[in-house]
Design a protein around this ligand. Structure first.
Ligand code: PLP
Length: 365
């Protein structure tokens, strides 16, 4: 059963000129479309009761929250990230949105927020993209980035799950990630952890990001755009980047990525890369991967490529791993063949230039 959304159209949408200027050079996360989705929940997570009501499209704009609103004090917040791509024939598609819907609900469970029916999630995305279709870029490699999120909205102070919640979706045109794919340096965070056993590492929640920012600052200071976190439970085992999963390519047609231990975010790009690699006949290993193996692989030359992946940047080749006391990899590293081939394959499916044998695409418009 699909959710009925009421539509309150923005009386003052961006002018064609303003929108055209944004689409000319969208950047990432700087500009938002004319509308947003909001759906309210009331209930009791512990009792498993409650309902989602008042699904609506409304003009994009500030939320009004009481200063005692629970999310502001106790941090019940989760989010998702996915993209809508315009295909050559003008149609607009999203990539595995049901996987984002399912993951949102896993995050919700961990943060004691209510589950949202998966169809409602996909309907919400579709409604927003339909009303703001003019904001979906059509340039090579461009997309409309969608940011669903959920917060506890009950006004009260006290430590228990909120009895009110808001699910919302906002959208932001995203620029070209094709073209020059410059390998990135990443910073090894040996001081800070983003997740621990039994913690929220596997949930996509703002709190994880808040905890990673200090490490990000350290990385920035060393010229690194991303931070690599280690598994706090296993000495020297690589976990993931602040917002991306990480892969290692060996010269014997092997692809290795850290296994999902409960402290790693289960990336949808990660899962898709694993499937594409198997399709390519690669031997895929999900297991603990240590810094020692990284060093040794680089020394022997058997570790030929390292890359990171996530919805926003798709696949980013990694050049070097820097830390306070060492550098692994060379500054002359070029984007690897396997990295670029998988990247191309994924982008071709997303943008409709290749077959979609796994049924990953959902038409929105
Ligand atoms: C979102 C996210 C990823 C990537 O997930 P995708 O579904 O591929 O976008 C990886 N790590 C963290 C911590 C994330 O929040």
């Amino acid at each position: 059963m699909s959710t009925e959304f009421t539509r309150q159209i923005n009386p003052q949408p961006a002018t064609d000129e303003v929108r055209a200027a944004v689409l000319e050079n969208p950047g990432f996360g700087q500009h938002f479309t004319d509308h947003m989705v909001c759906i309210d929940w009331q209930g009791d997570v512990q009792k498993g009761t409650g309902s989602w009501d008042n699904a609506r499209i409304q003009p994009y704009g500030p939320l009004s929250l009481d200063p005692s609103t629970s999310v502001l004090h106790y941090g019940q917040e989760i989010f998702e990230g996915l993209k809508a791509y315009r295909h050559q024939d003008g149609s607009v598609w999203s990539f595995r949105p049901e996987a984002n819907a399912a993951r949102l609900n896993r995050s919700a469970q961990r943060l004691a927020l209510p589950a949202l029916p998966e169809e409602t999630f996909v309907d919400a995305v579709r409604e927003l993209v339909r009303v703001d279709e003019a904001w979906v870029p059509s340039g090579e490699g461009e997309s409309l980035y969608l940011r669903p999120f959920m917060i506890g909205t009950e006004p009260f102070l006290g430590v228990r799950p909120s009895k009110q919640a808001l699910f919302s979706v906002i959208a932001s045109p995203a620029g070209n990630y094709f073209g020059t794919v410059e390998p990135v340096d990443i910073w090894l965070s040996d001081t800070w952890a983003r997740a621990g056993k039994g913690g929220t590492g596997a949930a996509k929640c703002g709190g994880n990001y808040a905890a990673s920012l200090i490490a990000q600052l350290e990385g920035d200071a060393h010229g690194c755009s991303q931070v690599l976190f280690l598994d706090p439970e296993r000495e020297g085992a690589v976990e993931e980047l602040g917002g991306m999963n990480v892969f290692f390519v060996f010269d014997d047609n092997r692809l290795v990525t850290p296994e999902l231990t409960g402290t790693i975010l289960e990336g949808i790009t990660r899962d898709s890369v694993l499937k594409l690699a198997r399709d390519r006949g690669m031997q895929v290993e999900e297991r603990a991967f240590t810094l020692d193996e990284w060093r040794e692989g680089k020394r022997s030359g058997r570790l030929t490529e390292v890359f990171a992946c996530g919805t926003a940047a798709v696949i980013a080749p990694v050049r070097r791993l820097l830390s306070h006391d060492e550098v692994i990899g060379s500054e002359h590293e070029r984007p690897g063949e396997v990295t670029m081939a998988i990247r191309r394959q994924l982008l071709d499916v997303q943008t409709g230039r290749a077959e979609d044998p796994h049924g990953w695409l959902t038409r929105l418009v």
